[in-house]
Design a protein around this ligand. Sequence first.
Ligand code: FAD
Length: 263
Amino acid sequence: SHLLEWRSFNKTRVYMSDLESALHYSLRVELSGHVSISGADLNALKKYTSVLAKFFPGRPSVKAALKTVDSWLQLQNVNEILYSDFRDVLDNVVQTSDAVLPEGVHWVGCQGSQSRYRGYPCGVWTLFHVLTVQAKEIGSADPLEVLQAMRGYIHSFFGCRECATHFESMAQGSVPQESMDRVNSLSSAVLWLWSRHNRVNNRLAGDLTEDPHFPKIQWPSPEMCPSCHGVKMSGEHTWNQEEVLSFLQNYFSSSRILTDYLR
Ligand code: FAD
């Protein structure tokens, strides 16, 4: 049945249950499609777990699980690992501690009106927006750390291959100034991801994949952030980037993530 048990939620907030569900899905469902992981894929996985261990603003038990799996992975000085070994470490079968990443997905803010809508892709965007904002909050030495981890993860593992191709071409940029590699500060990393997400929204508005209850808009709406929007003399819409940046830093900040429905 595609009738889901509906969880009431606030459409203008971020939920930890979505972030943990995205972690579960990326590390236990998408990765499990690979019996072994090597080369560029292994490198991408190491960068992904490294940013999760550093910046995921989670519960102590979840952070501990991410740190355990990351420390193990960074020590693997081999060209290839078995997914089953990675999974054993993630599921903590070796050690006994309270480090645990909950099993299964429980979408809240990422629920779709039907099961074919939203869910994991929504969780991936939310996770990486949160991580770019955390990298700025905590301070990362490398402004590209989170974006490169996302690029590698999407390229090597994201199940939607069409999405991966589109994202990679945005990361390369149609002109050099647009490329991800030009990002040179933690603030511009936050804004780069926001603006690319809006390009995807623009492309997908009205598409068959759009949940009719969650229309694709240029986000945030004027209702959510009036000061983010401006108009030129010519009447053309403009974004006030400084206002957008402070909006994003507040919206995705660790202190505002709601913990409702956590298991
Ligand atoms: P999503 O776009 O998933 O957004 C999730 C939430 O983030 C929204 O509900 C909103 O609260 C917030 N948000 C919206 N816009 C922004 C923004 N600009 N900045 C910050 N937060 C925002 N689908 C395709 O069909 N074709 C593709 O090529 C494609 N490429 C993708 C590439 C990537 C890297 C990812 C992660 C997903 C891609 N998808 C693609 C899936 C698509 O973008 C949506 O994730 C999916 O359709 C579900 O949409 P949604 O309504 O949950 O909102």
